[in-house]
Design a protein around this ligand. Structure first.
Ligand SMILES: [Zn+2]
Length: 377
């Protein structure tokens, strides 16, 4: 009897969860009738579950929508500000904070410049203090905070709670608690490019697969296959920056030669030649020959890297990272170059630009808690 009860409870919970998830992933508000018909549930079942979700403050009315019979049906949506999560990225230039609500909208943002981050003895203390300041400054209600996601440009072993290697913080084989120990909320730590990939993949249809190629001052990425991140045996999947694209080519920071990262970083066309990215792309538009030659070399090696990903994984390749803010005009050229390398396809429409060139990393790591919350309803 107890077992049957348990089965019924689990099934009821699953039904409530499917209704919440349906509203969560719908781009527009939905009526009770739509929920019932799309999820193959009876109207009384939908009504009963919605009553529970209303009671918990997780669903609300979104005005009304026209029904085919001329009557107006109540349309429903998730209460997007019922909870929020914070994402923090630790970079060589400081800390970036972002708070996102349940609709994945940014509700607060802050950048704390700390170019001395590699010299700070206790990054965990700094992080916890700055987090509290961020919450206070933005009047964020701690009772609604689901958790704090933190990203690092690092190789992590989250199963063993270890930072394997984080050059910008001079950390090697260090416990994750060095970063998280003073934070009084649930925490989750992830690699930066993996978090960016997670943000891009999150709103795609279930079971989607992407290779996310992040182009910033480093090159990294993430592999998300059939709806789940693929971490690799050593947690180093998606280290696309160190694929060899030119044997004996340019030196890479990793000590090898000819890595994708030595050809396709934002730094190569800005800091390394003493100009800003804006100036570089302005110069390109004005046909500056030096810039054109350099960009041609960037794009050629990028196309090699992209084509290798396509050959290995046979899925969309999503270009992300802050460099992509400038790349839309060059997408036809990138696709053309990649297509010339491709054995099977005449075009390269599988190469996509990301949705979030600026905030994917902090959003992605915050989404860890939002996903956990959605699954727990
Ligand atoms: Zn390398």
């Amino acid at each position: 009897m107890a077992e049957l009860e348990g089965t019924i409870t689990a099934r009821r919970r699953q039904t409530r969860n499917s209704i919440y998830q349906y509203l969560f992933f719908s781009e527009t508000p939905r009526s009770k009738q739509e929920i019932a018909s799309d999820l193959s549930l009876s109207l009384p079942t939908v009504h009963q579950n919605l009553a529970e979700l209303f009671e918990a403050g997780l669903v609300c009315r979104a005005g009304s929508q026209k029904s085919t019979g001329g009557r107006r049906a109540m349309s429903l949506t998730i209460a997007e500000n019922a909870r929020f999560a914070v994402g923090v990225s630790i970079t060589g230039s400081g800390l970036r904070f972002l708070a996102a609500n349940l609709s994945q909208q940014e509700i607060a943002h802050k950048k704390t410049e700390r170019t001395d981050i590699d010299e700070i003895d206790d990054v965990g203390r700094l992080l916890a203090d700055e987090l509290e300041i961020f919450l206070d400054e933005n009047g964020l209600n701690r009772a609604k905070l689901l958790g704090v996601g933190i990203t690092l440009p690092a190789v992590l072993d989250t199963e063993k709670d270890v930072i394997v290697f984080a050059p910008i913080l001079h950390l090697k084989d260090t416990s994750l608690s060095k970063i998280t120990r003073y934070i009084n909320y649930p925490t989750y730590v992830s690699n930066d490019a993996k978090s960016g990939g997670y943000a891009e993949w999150f709103t795609l249809p279930a079971q989607s697969s992407i290779a996310y190629l992040s182009l910033e001052n480093g090159v990294g990425g993430a592999v998300l296959l059939k709806g789940a991140p693929y971490e690799g045996v050593n947690n180093r999947s998606g280290e696309f920056g160190h694929m060899t694209v030119e044997p004996n080519g340019l030196p890479c920071k990793c000590g090898k030669h000819g890595c994708l990262e030595s050809y396709c970083t934002a730094a190569r066309i800005s800091d390394d030649i003493g100009i800003t990215l804006e100036k570089f792309f302005e110069g390109l538009e004005q046909h500056n020959e030096t810039y054109e030659a350099l960009w041609k070399d960037v794009l050629w090696h990028l196309a090699i890297g992209i084509n290798n990903l396509r050959m290995a994984l046979d899925c969309d390749v999503v270009l992300g990272g802050f460099l992509t803010q400038f790349m839309e005009p060059y997408m036809p050229e990138i696709r053309h170059l990649a297509a010339t390398l491709n054995t099977f396809e005449a075009d390269a429409e599988y190469i996509k630009l990301c949705r979030y060139p600026k905030r994917a990393i902090t959003l992605g790591v915050a989404l860890h808690f939002i996903k956990e919350f959605v699954d727990s309803i």
